[in-house]
Design a protein around this ligand. Structure first.
Ligand code: 1HE
Length: 269
């Protein structure tokens, strides 16, 4: 079903970001394959608009890229002389868009393939789960282009792979392949060629069945708790868990388990 009914979603589609609902999963696609899904200013605005205006029915989302690559990062053809103030505002516009992905209404699963570089890696890092196929490679060419990350990468990427590895990537132009990327923490899932989108939709479909408050807590509370000093974190955790368990849906789910009507946890394969 096409979900381009909201005027901002229609505009986003015209600027290279489409949205289709598959059940409760909003499937978002970067559609600029000729330029390897390079993120122009209008594409960044479109991403922001899509994630700020997801259809009410969406309970989870997937983002993927058309063509041979997930995303080639910042559209370098738009990198013009900016004074410091304009540069700050440009970077902040990326922060708003990628915050809409990370701190929106629903968890987002990224389906990665081909180049996940520069701003493309910043975008992938703003998602909650990353699934990569074997063609995926990760790089931060900003270092060799004489610039710096500006889309939240210096905040989000070290949380995935650590400051030392990010520093190495930017200083030396080091490129990680899909297997190393999964081992280091860029992606939580590694799948065969061309299988990332199907796996991401499978995961998102499952995520969509969680209690919305649990998903909300994982997206909005967990990353903040992890940043807090331990004594603050313990209190925030206690508040969040008491709010979550007080919800009628939590009580119903726990009751279903106790009555033998809900699935047990299965041993890992
Ligand atoms: C682009 C871009 C782009 C491709 N901006 N136009 N990002 C980078 O430094 C990565 C630059 N791109 C690449 O290294 C390669 O294009 C890829 C490895 C991603 C793909 O290679 P390939 O051989 O499949 O494609 P291609 O032939 O290099 O590119 C096809 C076209 O897309 C070509 O244009 P054409 O008019 O000659 O056909 C390329 O110029 C164009 N293209 N990537 C603009 N990035 C918030 S700060 C974030 C800072 C950054 O992200 S810096 C890192 C930028």
């Amino acid at each position: 079903m096409s979900a381009q009914t909201h005027p901002l979603l229609e505009r986003a589609a015209a600027h290279g970001v489409s949205l289709d609902m598959q059940g409760a999963v909003a499937v978002v696609q970067l559609r600029r394959p000729v330029k390897r899904n390079a993120l122009s200013d209008s594409l960044i605005e479109a991403l922001r608009d899509v994630f700020q205006n997801l259809p009410e029915a969406a309970r989870a989302a997937v983002i993927h890229g058309e063509g041979d690559h997930f995303c080639a990062g910042l559209d370098l053809s738009e990198l013009k002389e900016r004074d410091a103030g304009e540069g700050v505002l440009h970077s902040r516009s990326w922060h708003v868009a990628l915050d809409a992905v990370q701190y929106g209404r629903v968890p987002v699963v990224a389906a990665l393939h081909g180049a996940v570089v520069g701003g493309g890696l910043e975008l992938a890092s703003s998602c909650h789960i990353r699934v990569a196929d074997e063609s995926t490679f990760y790089a931060l060419p900003e270092g060799t282009r004489g610039i710096f990350v500006g889309g939240g990468g210096s905040v989000r990427i070290p949380k995935l792979i650590g400051v030392a590895r990010m520093t190495d990537m930017m200083l030396t132009g080091r490129v990680y392949n899909a297997a190393d990327g999964e081992r280091l923490g860029f992606a939580q899932y590694l799948v065969g060629p061309g299988e990332a989108l199907a796996k991401a939709i499978e995961l998102a479909t499952r995520i969509a069945t969680n209690a919305p408050l649990t998903n909300y807590a994982l997206m909005h509370a967990l990353p903040r708790i992890a940043e807090q000093p331990a004594d603050h974190g313990f209190l925030t955790e206690a508040l969040m868990s008491s709010i979550a368990q007080a919800a009628p849906e939590a009580k119903a789910r726990v009751r279903a388990f106790l009555e033998g009507k809900a699935a047990k946890v299965q041993k890992a394969a």
